[in-house]
Design a protein around this ligand. Structure first.
Ligand code: FES
Ligand SMILES: [Fe+2]
Length: 367
């Protein structure tokens, strides 16, 4: 990592709890820092790719570019696999988009792979020494957790350390939510800016006056637990607002009257409530551009189709509002006066500090 940013991160992390500050603009604009992140935290971390029930049937698949790696996410033999989507012949992506296929036939020279990645046939490959079995698509480390598909690009991934988060969200039964909608967007901002934005309640009433303020006003935001691999906060609903439905049996009244927002580092941010689960997967493209793949899921049958469409429309608008702010801010972060300023207290921006502490810790380990 560039030395001055590393030093700054250590200083910011060491600042007293009642005097936190934000990082300077270069934290979000420096290409060298981004290169360091690609080789370290973004390489070894666990990414959410989507929901396991987006590919419920044998042969279902979708594709995703993650940094330098084209990925093919498939269901084979009833388990989710994250495979390299680069053909073992000369590197063409073997699949595009999403769908269902028993075989993936490379569009370049027609090598055909099964949905488990095994090479099934390679036309005209008669050379002695060619071994079909040695040309399977490599698999990345992956796991399904709380209904989310996670993967890491590294052969030696970071520990997946979210036990305290699991305890926090278990009453909502995240693994039982039904996938309804997926959208993919390109945003002109740094990946960390979206993590921080989604994870702080300070901006809610200002940026989302029509869409969120009446449900999750800034004043009712409360810091939640954090741990080695995650942070969280509660966006509480005022008494005047109706709950978000009944949801899973066993949810407390308190849990029904709030959304719990959490980040699984490095790049997944989520809002879970009784009947709605929204997850944004952030895929950095370069230091100032990201792809955002977000999913909407619901619990049970409580919400009718019309209501589901309304909720999705609101989230579309919320994301648009955040995106506009982040894209505008990204340009200003190049200013020599973007040196970082004081952060608000823990209930409003404590999650931003948690994220800094995580980055500082990782940077000291990976220096
Ligand atoms: S690159 Fe895939 S078959 Fe040639
Ligand atoms: Fe927002």
């Amino acid at each position: 990592m560039t030395q001055h940013l590393r030093k700054k991160l250590v200083n910011v992390a060491a600042s007293p709890e009642d005097g936190p500050t934000s990082m300077p603009g270069s934290f979000y604009t420096d290409p060298q820092l981004f290169a360091w992140e690609c080789n370290t935290v973004l390489h070894t971390g666990w990414y959410c790719l989507g929901r396991a029930d987006e590919i419920p049937n044998e042969g279902d698949f979708f594709t995703q570019q993650l940094l330098n790696e084209p990925l093919l996410i498939t269901r084979a033999d009833n388990s989710v696999r994250v495979l390299s989507n680069a053909c073992r012949h000369r590197g063409m992506p073997v699949a595009q988009g999403a769908g269902n296929a028993r075989r993936h036939v490379c569009p370049y020279h027609a090598w055909a792979y099964g949905s488990d990645g095994k090479l099934l046939s390679a036309p005209r490959m008669k050379n002695t020494g060619f071994d079909l079995k040695a040309c399977a698509l490599p698999a990345f480390h992956s796991r399904v957790h709380n209904g989310f598909i996670y993967t890491s690009l590294s052969d030696v991934p970071d520990p997946f350390d979210v036990a305290d988060l699991d305890a926090l969200i278990a009453p909502y039964q995240p693994e039982n939510f039904r996938h309804i909608h997926t959208a993919t967007e390109m945003w002109n901002c740094n990946w960390k800016a979206l993590v921080e934005n989604f994870m702080e309640g300070y901006h809610l009433s200002v940026v989302h006056p029509e869409t969120l303020h009446h449900y999750t006003p800034t004043g009712l935001s409360r810091k939640g637990p954090s741990g080695a691999g995650f942070t969280s906060y509660f966006a509480n609903y005022p008494d005047s607002a109706a709950g978000r439905g009944t949801g899973a049996a066993g949810l407390s009244e308190k849990e029904k009257k709030r959304s719990t927002l959490f980040a699984v580092y490095p790049a997944q941010v989520v809002s879970i409530a009784a009947t709605s689960l929204v997850s944004l997967s952030i895929f950095p493209l370069d230091v100032e551009h990201i792809e955002v793949r977000w999913t909407f899921s619901t619990y049970g049958k409580e919400l009718e189709d019309g209501l589901l469409a309304d909720r999705i429309a609101v989230w579309n608008e919320v994301n648009r509002e955040d995106r506009e702010k982040l894209e505008t801010m990204q340009k200003a972060l190049h200013s020599r006066h973007a040196t970082g300023g004081p952060l608000a207290s823990a209930d409003y921006e404590g999650t931003v500090r948690d994220f800094q502490l995580w980055m500082a810790e990782r940077s000291s380990q990976l220096a």
